[in-house]
Ligand binder design. Structure first.
Ligand code: NDP
Ligand SMILES: CC(C)=CCC[C@@H](C)[C@H]1CC=C2C3=C(CC[C@@]21C)[C@@]1(C)CC[C@H](O)C(C)(C)[C@@H]1CC3
Length: 327
């Protein structure tokens, strides 16, 4: 996995380096000017991909998702019938690739384009734009660096690859996650030193929770006897896999969502702090809260099917869903 991780990160760094270098000659602000046509193309492509995935999922002998194989065409098209569609004789996993590469790298490039546009229009790049670019680039690099952790997430283990994930990966991520950077092109503002410290503290707290929880679960799922997780208290289940009931996963059943959402707030603050009256800068954390609350319910339903009475025991031990002592 180590070589795999390096080669993928290397590919990402080359793409970003190339974009930055050509930035000196080419106008990456073009991404701001052509935002609507690019978004339209992404929606058309993700729809075409979803139609291909749905039609090819009726071939014999494929592994289907239990949640996207209900017999209701519209729902199955949205959720995805096939669990892990692959190409090149099974060597290329379409869902995992689409989740981590085109949308995430597109997100980083569009953010770079927004910074370039702000420079072109206003003659400088605000510290809020720099922060948003840096924070979100860190999140993207972290996702690529910790690629193996995605293999134990709901998207890979449970959800099929349908329109929800195809549109989410290829259109929603690059074109809505860049809303803060896009807002800052039209509303450049600089944070005060106190504002910078506050935003950095919120980001650091969110990342500490997000990465700590996700890595702890991934380590445990990969090797429960790993010395870094062997100390954790667990609930043995009839299904065979154990559930962690201490450490991060003893504080709430999806503490990783809380950390991720806190990071989302830090992304919105640079644009929102100066203009608290505007709602647009806070779009991401408002969307993200609703997505995570719904997602937690979906995962709860899937886990109750997987674990039965053992999940009830787990919920009695870990009472909070996302926010310890609150929700
Ligand atoms: N930026 C964005 O828009 C989004 C970001 N995310 C982020 O992606 C990350 C992954 O989230 P998600 O994909 O929902 O999946 P999770 O990482 O939350 O994994 C859920 C699965 O983990 C296993 N699990 C749950 N509790 C325990 C436990 N106590 N001990 C051991 N295993 C457990 C279960 O599977 P099993 O037991 O079968 O292994 C469960 O189905 C999160 O950090 C989330 O914030 C997610 C969606 C959108
Ligand atoms: C409104 C709509 C169509 C929603 C679709 C949901 C998708 C945007 C998200 C579903 C799960 C995601 C994950 C990430 C990005 C957003 C989507 C695709 C993720 C790749 C972000 C980076 C993280 O480190 C992650 C790898 C854990 C994460 C995986 C889930």
């Amino acid at each position: 996995m180590w070589w795999c991780r390096d080669s993928e990160l290397m590919a990402f760094c080359c793409q970003m380096g190339n974009a930055s270098c050509t930035n000196l000659t080419l106008d990456l602000g073009w991404l701001y000017d052509q935002f609507a046509p690019l978004l339209t193309a992404a929606i058309i492509f993700s729809t075409a991909l979803s139609l291909y995935l749905y039609s090819s999922s009726f071939l014999k002998g494929l592994l289907l998702s239990s949640h996207g194989n209900t017999g209701y065409p519209a729902y199955d098209f949205w959720m995805g019938r096939e669990l892990n569609p692959r190409l090149l004789g099974g060597r290329f996993d379409l869902k995992e690739f689409c989740e981590l590469y085109p949308g995430m790298i597109g997100w980083a490039l569009i953010n770079l384009g927004m910074a370039h546009k702000q420079l072109a229009v206003h003659g400088s790049i605000s510290n809020s734009m720099m922060l948003v670019n840096a924070f979100q680039l860190y999140y993207i690099v972290d996702a690529l660096w910790c690629e193996r952790a995605i293999l134990t997430t709901m998207d890979i283990t449970t959800d099929g690859f349908g329109f929800m994930l195809a549109f989410g990966d290829l259109a929603w991520v690059p074109f809505t996650f860049t809303s803060a950077a896009r807002y800052l092109v039209d509303h450049p503002q600089n944070l005060s030193p106190a504002g910078l410290v506050l935003v950095l503290a919120v980001k650091a707290l969110g990342y500490y929770i997000f990465r700590g929880a996700n890595s702890q679960k991934d380590m445990f799922r990969s090797n429960p006897n790993d010395p870094r997780v062997a100390h954790l208290r667990t609930l043995k289940t009839e299904r065979g896999t154990s559930l962690i009931v201490s450490g991060w996963w003893g504080t709430a059943r999806h503490i990783n969502y809380f950390g991720d959402w806190i990071m989302g707030v830090a992304w919105c603050m640079p644009a929102g702090l100066a203009g608290l009256s505007a709602v647009v800068p806070y779009f991401y954390c408002i969307y993200f809260a609703s997505l995570l609350i719904h997602r937690e319910r979906r995962d709860e339903y899937a886990c109750r099917l997987k674990y039965g009475k053992d999940w009830d025991k787990y919920c009695a031990l870990v009472r909070y869903r996302i926010v310890p002592y609150i929700y």
